[in-house]
Design a protein around this ligand. Sequence first.
Ligand code: HEC
Length: 216
Amino acid sequence: MDSFEWNKIAGAVLGTLLFVVAVRIASGMIFEAEPPEKPGYVVEGVEAPAAAGGAPAVVEEALPDWGTVLPKADVAAGKSIASRCEQCHDLSKGGPNKIGPALWGVVGRPRASHPGFDYSGAMKAKGGAWSYDELFKFLKSPGAYIPGTKMSFAGLRSADERVNLIAFLRTDMDSPAAIPPPHPAAAPAQAPTGGKAPATAPATAPTDQPAPPKKT
Ligand code: HEC
């Protein structure tokens, strides 16, 4: 074989190697997408399920602590959201039923109780009253919370919008509905009075706090 022959062989080998490298780079680009560090959504105020592997359990939306959120809510913003309800609901005192029942004084009102309105069977069957929690759950997605309801409204996904709206509805009555006291859970743990510290409230400072300096 002359040198020309060898050149051809060397060229073929090099060409093949280049091709292999190129394919590896290209396929790496396609298949080595990095997995996200965290799943794409976090539900606030809800503890992650202690899942032993596998898909996370479906978690329900945490209910607001009404005693904390209502005094801070933006009632004016809630009133402007309520204009969306007015295509179907009258909000004024003694107002008429329209496509939906009149909503004056709805907070605390027994469900499906407004005189003269022909409620759906689903709404009548649900029972209970329109507490803050019930309004919050219903207004997120009426058809999902009470399947079969006649209220054809997609719902308000934003929890803040619902809180503001409910803060407004609370004033849309003769005297605003009472605000419950804030949850005690947020208050600092009490110092134990007896000999035994309660299991849920350790007497010592949490471990992530620096220990108080020792007196000398
Ligand atoms: C497209 C019309 C429509 C819109 C928009 C609408 N509703 Fe309704 N709503 C209805 C109907 C119809 C019912 C009766 C549902 C049934 O009987 O199942 C209803 C029922 C209700 C009830 C139950 C009342 C009761 O007396 O038990 C509440 C509370 C309510 N709506 C709040 C709202 C709020 C707040 C908004 C605005 C965010 C809103 N709705 C927007 C049509 C509507």
